[in-house]
Design a protein. Structure first.
Length: 315
């Protein structure tokens, strides 16, 4: 997408051109209709993987009053490779994720809690980076800012050519749905839906047809080794199988950026190792840019770089 395809409004938010208010409204209504239809269809689709449906990207409450926006389709874009420099970046690589003077502060009553401030770093396209540090250092907060799940108090986050902190809420939701995959420690699978239904949900939210979404979800479950578990609900799956469903859901929209927050934190060592190997293989084969928050030294060891966040500083 060219620079002139972006519109900056008076409130300083960046908007994606070609998206009218009518289109946005119809998208939100379409999303609700798809979800309603999904519930109504359950009786007829229970026994067949080819006729089933799935889940939306996880988005914890960020405290932003304007955050509750239904995702909608986003046009593809060509990420930028502008020559910025930082000590935390391989100079020869193409820049894909750029954080500049990034800070996050929470105000709780009279108390002001500074999580971190003045962070500057860049991540290359197709790079796999681990962010480590003690509990409470702000690792998950940083990941949420990079994924547009929360907005920074100051600074910028650029993914490709977009400063996502300046995107209007509805466009940010569209961007997350199409360009970013999320995996969380506890997976957040919808318990009443089957594995294939959970995987399908991001596509339904982006208004992909039920038939196409079903076919793609079935293929993705096969890719992560769960072809024979597609009609099982999360409660009928092991922890490792749930992790694979979460991975399939994160990848179903073919994102360029994959964000992982303690993806194997609740798994035993043997199962965790198998998921680590799968994550690395899929990262390489799909040409992803992956950012992993973890306490697991073995997971960090398979990454291309390790950044350490402590006392508000990234080293």
């Amino acid at each position: 997408m060219k620079d002139d395809d972006n519109i900056v409004s008076k409130d300083g938010q960046q908007h994606l051109s070609g998206v009218s208010s009518t289109e946005r409204l119809s998208t939100e209504e379409g999303t609700s209709a798809e979800l309603s239809a999904l519930h109504e269809r359950r009786a007829s689709i229970e026994g067949s993987a080819a006729g089933t449906v799935g889940t939306s990207p996880d988005r914890p409450d960020s405290g932003d009053a304007n955050a509750d926006v239904a995702p909608s389709p986003l046009r593809p874009f060509a990420p930028s490779s502008s020559p910025l420099s930082t000590s935390h970046f391989p100079e020869s690589a193409s820049r894909y994720v750029i954080a500049e003077n990034l800070g996050k502060t929470y105000q709780t009553g009279r108390n002001r809690v500074v999580v971190f401030e003045g962070l500057d770093f860049q991540i290359a396209r197709r790079e796999m980076v681990a962010i480590v540090g003690p509990s409470g250092s702000g690792k998950s907060t940083l990941l949420h800012l990079l994924g547009g799940l929360d907005r920074p108090t100051r600074g910028t986050v650029k993914v490709g050519e977009f400063d996502i902190a300046k995107l209007a809420d509805v466009d940010l939701a569209r961007f997350r749905n199409r360009e970013i995959g999320f995996i969380f420690q506890f997976h957040h699978l919808l318990p009443e839906f089957t594995a294939i239904e959970n995987v399908m949900m991001p596509l339904l939210i982006s208004r992909t047809s039920h038939q196409v979404a079903s076919q793609q979800a079935e293929s993705m479950l096969e890719r992560v080794g769960l072809a024979d578990r597609s009609v099982h609900r999360p409660g009928e799956l092991s922890g490792g199988e749930q992790a694979r469903v979460a991975l399939a859901r994160a990848l179903i929209g073919s994102p360029g950026l994959l964000l992982l927050d303690e993806p194997t934190g609740d798994l035993d060592a043997k199962t965790g190792e198998s998921i680590h190997a799968l994550l690395k293989e899929i990262h390489q084969s799909r040409g992803l840019t992956s950012i992993v928050v973890t306490h697991n030294e073995r997971l960090a060891a398979i990454c291309d770089r390790v950044l350490h966040l402590e006392d508000g500083r990234l080293t």
